[in-house]
Design a protein around this ligand. Structure first.
Ligand code: ADP
Ligand code: MG
Length: 307
């Protein structure tokens, strides 16, 4: 399950992770109040959709020179004006597909002074059977491009689940980011807090891009993408409350009520298969013959007649 950036930052804040102050709004009439509460002098108006690449995204029907889904502004009036423009509009990014996603929420955030942008993510690493940190000095941009063009700039730091996070992991993160002195210490503290949050909440992915070094030398998480292991959600009612069904496919929500593993796809051939392995193989066969599946549907290996 995925959640919005502002919710992810709320989770991180609970673990003492440095994030900027911000206010989430659902209606343009709340924008001015939110801006005044934060105080400025710089604000960032951020579209909240379950997809990345918002900054470089474009709104459907917007003028060619219009700004993207993340806008830096310098007055309360501009916060209100941009909020009114963005709310309800459809944002297309590299991750939304051509249809885009409607922006129903905004996060108004205090603007940070950025001295450097880094990349930091955490994932469950199959190779080591544990959680790994993936860090790079090349933050703020598309990490897939960095991985393709300059793979040597991406560092993977696995954590042994038996020991958990140790000071040497923090030092490795700091070194990979080229930090020293007080900032290396901060990176160490950040590494420990992020690991604690990841494990405590049963996350499957946490991506902070960018993690920034501010003008006054602090490390702050400016973006946060957070996904949770669905199999562990039953023990996190607080996380369940963050679910935003408007971001999910209506067919997938309906299927989940019937305990079916269903994922909508773009093709034309519908598949109803019992067993995930067989379902995957069926999709492969369809692709092999040049056609596209309309869905992945696993009714379960031990499907009963009713199912
Ligand atoms: P996305 O990854 O979806 O494009 P981000 O949250 O990473 O969205 O924002 C895009 C860019 O906007 C960031 O790389 C950063 O340069 C800038 N940005 C985001 N939030 C802030 C902020 N609070 N202050 C200053 N700049 C920001
Ligand atoms: Mg980002």
């Amino acid at each position: 399950m995925n959640i919005h950036e502002y919710q992810a930052k709320g989770v991180l804040r609970g673990f003492g992770v440095p994030v900027s102050r911000g206010v989430a709004i659902l209606d343009a009439s709340e924008a001015e109040g939110a801006a005044r509460e934060l105080g400025g002098p710089v604000w960032v108006v951020k579209s909240q959709i379950h997809a990345g690449g918002r900054g470089k995204g474009t709104f459907v029907g917007a003028a060619p020179d219009a700004k993207g889904g993340v806008r830096v502004v310098k007055s309360v009036e501009e916060v209100a004006k941009n909020a009114a423009e963005m709310l309800g509009a459809t944002l297309v990014t590299v991750q939304t597909g051509p249809a885009g996603k409607q922006v129903n929420r905004l996060y108004i955030e205090e603007g940070a002074q950025i001295a450097a942008e880094f990349y930091l993510s955490m994932l469950v690493d199959r190779a080591t059977g544990g959680v790994a940190f993936v860090v790079s000095t090349e933050g703020g941009m598309d990490i897939e491009t960095v991985a393709h063009d300059t793979p040597e700039k991406i560092h993977t730091i696995p954590v042994d689940p038996a020991t958990g996070v140790m000071p040497h992991h923090g030092r490795a993160v700091a070194k990979a980011l080229g930090l020293s002195g007080a900032q290396a210490k901060e990176a160490g503290a950040l590494t420990e807090k992020l690991y604690a949050a990841f494990v405590a909440k049963d996350m499957s992915l946490l991506e902070i891009n960018p993690l920034v070094l501010t003008g006054d030398g602090r490390l702050v998480c400016l973006d946060a993408k957070m996904a949770f292991d669905s199999n562990a959600l039953y023990r996190h009612p607080d996380v369940m409350e963050l679910r935003d069904e408007t971001e999910e496919d209506a067919k997938e929500i309906e299927a989940s009520k019937h305990d079916l593993a269903y994922i909508a796809l773009d093709g034309t051939i519908g598949c109803m298969v019992n067993g995930a392995g067989l379902a995957m193989a069926t999709l492969d066969i369809i692709k092999l013959y040049g056609e596209e599946p309309a869905n992945f549907l696993d009714v379960g290996g031990g499907a009963s007649e009713e199912k």
